[in-house]
Structures are given as C-alpha cells and as structure tokens.
Design a protein around this ligand. Structure first.
Ligand SMILES: [Mg+2]
Length: 259
C-alpha cells in the first residue's frame, strides 16, 4: 500500500469517493427507490378501494388520478403524485372517482366519500422503502475505506430515522440532517455545513451524492470537494451533468474495493 493510499484510510482506489473522508447521501431517489415507494402506496390504495367497493376494481381511475403506472411503478412526470401537494391528493381522488362513478356502473357517485374514507391511508415510508442496492454492504465497505457517512434529506426526522433503522443501516450513519430540524432547506448549504461540523470533516474532504438538481446545487454552494449525481431518482443526465462533477447510474457504483 502506498503512503498516499494509507493517508486516505486504506485504499478506496476503485471508488469515485477515493480521497474523501465524508460521503453525504440524499435519501429518496438516492438511497431508496422513490418511484417504487409511491407506486406501492398507490397499489395498496387501489386494493383498499376495491375492497370497500364490493370487490369492483377502480385501478384505471386511481392510476389516472395519481399519475402512477401501477404495473411498472413509474410515477408519471406531470401526474397527480408528481404535481399535486399531498393534502390535495385525497380531494383529487374523490373528484376523479365521482366523475368515473357518474359514467360507470362499477361505482355509485354517492358512495365515493364512504369508500375513500375506508381506503385512505398515509404512505408509510418504512413499509414502502426499497433500497437501491445493498446499503449495509455499501456503507460497510466505504467505512472500511476510511469514509464517514451522513444523510441529508428533505423528509422529516422521525420517518427518516425509522427508515434507516428498517433498512438496517442506522448504526453505520454518523449524522442525519432533516427538513424539520430548523435549518434552511436544499439547495441552501446549511445542512452540509452542519453535517461537516457534526462529523468533524471539512467540506474540502466531503462528497455530496443526490438525484436532484437541488442536492447538487447544495453541494456546490457548500464547497463540497466532490458532487455526484445519480440517475435513480428525479433528475435526468442532462439536468444533473450541469451541476455535478460526475453522474453515475446509481450509488452501487460508489462501492469501495477494499480487498
Ligand atoms: Mg432525492
């Protein structure tokens, strides 16, 4: 092993994160599959609506109202889920079912409030979270290569901590910055500055990894040494390339080869 790789903490030579001492990950779309999470919730909602509607399925109405392809799990870019605040989604569903009920014998319009009441449930991020890769293996390898690990998310602390515990990586994450912590949100760099202070690593030895332009703009504004875009979430290659040092398919490509 060379002196240089010893200095880096043991040779993460195969990882784009070589030379870094802190990796800050976004959560939704970076560590976990954003589309799948919402699609799973919409599938469950469709099942519960059918149960409340005497077994008559309303999947087509749900799919159109929510903007999710229930078969593939794809969230359509201009559909209900992508473009409507959570608080409005329930009303949007009632409106769509009322229109559908007027046109179809599957559903009596007067029944719509009852079946939506019976079926509606808040999405549970713990149940719905699906990791992009084996997070425990990835984080363990990065830590062996000398990196500390943090998460900066636009989700709140309680569901974020429950999700990391459910994914079996809470003990591998050194610090977590969440939307309800009271700091300015992305792309403001406050979360990165705070995480660097918490972990004791300077921004000049820190990488920010995320799926959205806001993640990458935050990394740049904070002066992070490396800004990495991943294509597993909302951002496409074009929108991320303009802000990133590097765009990769997924966090799986960050795995450190520590032999
Ligand atoms: Mg994200």
């Amino acid at each position: 092993m060379s002196a240089a790789s010893r200095e880096r903490g043991g040779g993460a030579a195969a990882s784009p994160l070589a030379g870094m001492e802190l990796a800050i990950f976004d959560k939704d779309g970076t560590l976990i599959e954003f589309d799948w999470m919402w699609a799973g919730w919409v599938r469950e909602l469709a099942d519960r609506l059918a149960a409340a509607n005497g077994g008559r399925r309303l999947d087509d109405v749900v799919r159109d109202a929510m903007g999710v392809d229930i078969e593939t799990g794809r969230v359509l870019p201009h559909g209900g889920l992508a473009a409507t605040p959570m608080a409005r989604l329930r009303e949007a569903l009632i409106e769509a079912l009322t229109v559908a009920g007027a046109a179809s014998p599957r559903l009596a319009p007067g029944e719509v409030p009852r079946i939506v009441d019976a079926a509606w449930h808040a999405p549970d991020p713990v149940v719905l979270a699906r990791p992009i890769t084996d997070l425990r293996a990835l984080f363990t390898g990065l830590r062996r290569a000398g990196l500390r690990i943090a998460v900066a998310t636009s989700d709140d602390r309680e569901p974020t901590e429950r999700t990391l515990t459910h994914l079996g990586v809470a003990d591998l994450v050194d610090a977590v910055a969440c939307a309800d912590d009271g700091r300015p949100v992305k792309p403001n760099p406050a979360a990165i500055h705070w995480l660097c202070r918490m972990v004791g690593v300077p921004e000049s030895r820190t990488a920010m990894i995320g799926d959205s332009p806001a993640d990458l703009a935050m990394g740049r504004a904070a002066g992070a040494a490396l800004v990495v875009g991943v294509l597993t979430g909302v951002g496409g290659r074009d929108s991320l390339s303009a802000l990133a040092d590097l765009v990769i398919g997924s966090i799986a490509e960050l795995a450190a080869d520590v032999g």
